[in-house]
Design a protein around this ligand. Structure first.
Ligand SMILES: [Zn+2]
Length: 182
């Protein structure tokens, strides 16, 4: 795996740890203290080198009301079994995005039904989120629903994996509310 791709996957772990620390510092709405209560995930689309670290979803349990708080994530998009980066890059096919990660995604042989469902999610569900309304106003050029997520990736700054990383960071508010399914 290219060095930059390794760095990309490692960096996503650091972002998730930072998001988890933020959630823990905020505490439970009841005023209780949050204790680590991570749970196992099957990270589909994970490079073997990272499988152990990506097999855990960072989460907390309240010391008082026992309610679970799961922090936002750049790795897991809701309950989907495929990792977020695969959901984003897989949705750009067949156009791809020209990075090593895009090539990696091509190699995963994601079922076409899954790809069709993701593309529909961008066009029909994503555009109904309040996040999309906020993002839509922030982008220089309007992005057509039919061109999601390519239209967003193309306008995000940086080289190689940077636009993808930016988009994963922008999507984090959806990662704890995204619908179930693969
Ligand atoms: Zn609580």
């Amino acid at each position: 795996m290219p060095y930059r791709t390794l760095t990309f996957f490692r960096f996503l772990i650091h972002i998730d740890e930072a998001l988890a620390a933020e959630a823990q510092a905020a505490g439970c709405p009841c005023g209780g203290v949050l204790h680590r209560a991570n749970y196992p995930r099957k990270p589909r689309g994970c490079p073997p080198a990272f499988r152990a670290e990506y097999a855990t979803r960072l989460s907390f349990c309240c010391s008082q009301c026992r309610r679970r708080t799961t922090s936002q994530s750049v790795r897991f998009l809701g309950r989907r079994v495929w990792l977020s980066w695969v959901v984003v890059l897989g949705s750009t096919r067949p156009a791809g995005h020209g990075t090593a990660a895009a090539a990696l995604c091509e190699a995963l042989s994601i079922p076409w039904r899954t790809l069709a469902r993701w593309r529909r999610w961008w066009r029909e569900d994503f555009v109904r989120t309040s996040l999309w309304r906020v993002l839509g106003a922030r982008f220089l050029l309007p992005v057509a629903a039919a061109r999601l997520p390519n239209g967003l990736l193309e306008q995000l700054p940086g080289q190689e994996h940077e636009p993808l990383r930016c988009l994963l960071a922008l999507l984090t508010p959806l990662t704890i509310t995204a619908p179930e399914g693969r």
